[in-house]
Design a protein around this ligand. Sequence first.
Ligand SMILES: Nc1ncnc2c1ncn2[C@@H]1O[C@H](COP(=O)(O)OP(=O)(O)OP(=O)(O)O)[C@@H](O)[C@H]1O
Ligand SMILES: [Mg+2]
Length: 262
Amino acid sequence: MTTTDHIATKREEAHQDGGASAVAVQDLHKSFGSQIVLNGIGLTVSRGETLAVLGRSGTGKSVLLKLIIGLQKPDSGSVRIHGQDIAGLALDQLGEIRKKMGFLFQQAALYDSLTVEQNVAFPLQHHRKEMSRSERSDRVKELLAEVGMEGNLEKMPSDLSGGMRKRVGLARALALEPDILLLDEPTAGLDPISSAEIDDLILKLQEQYRMASIVVTHDLHSAKTIADRLALLDGGNVVIAGTFEDLQHSDVECVRGFLKDS
Ligand SMILES: Nc1ncnc2c1ncn2[C@@H]1O[C@H](COP(=O)(O)OP(=O)(O)OP(=O)(O)O)[C@@H](O)[C@H]1O
Ligand SMILES: [Mg+2]
């Protein structure tokens, strides 16, 4: 049996165990001073599944992603990545887990002083030291082609449109072949056509790589297009999690209010 087969078998066993979630968040609490932001959040995402996390501004969506990546620590509750609780992991162990997680921050966080090519090459330079320069260059071209940005290698981030910056951010997030993808507002600030293109790209990538994806958005249309399930945050909790139709049929007042205003 090859190592890959072995891992696949282990995953299958975990699945039969009910432990198939790539990401499992349980009873997560996070406050800043006296401000309670997350007050007992729970959610799970499996391989091949896209969960949209919705909510009004300030409901803690970005904080939730930062807790899942381990950039911030929860006050209580747990974050499990492929069954492993990330609390109390040493930095190098957390680093290993993070390599399998691609993320795109809300501000598309490209390095402004680096070209498109250098931005996408960055994670490879740091985590794929065995790659030769030409292998890395080929991989960067492949990644940029994947997101429809081939031919823009030498451009600086300041020369790109908002949608193009998101694409480059996505290419960089995919560089280490993650099995978990976390996207914070991938369509925010984009016009409807560019948003729809990014949605299509996310769907294509998901089809191709079958990652476990969490996409934070306050764009209901985008969530409906890309996600298998949606979770709405309000008052520090997940007030509803289900399909778009489940949200539409909900009697919960804040769900109805969110849908009406979206
Ligand atoms: N490091 C921090 N220190 C203090 N307060 C913080 C910190 N990070 C987030 N907050 C607060 O937590 C709350 C939730 O912030 P968060 O960025 O998660 O909101 P959000 O749901 O992502 O909003 P948006 O839709 O506008 O991006 C906000 O009131 C914010 O000010
Ligand atoms: Mg946010």
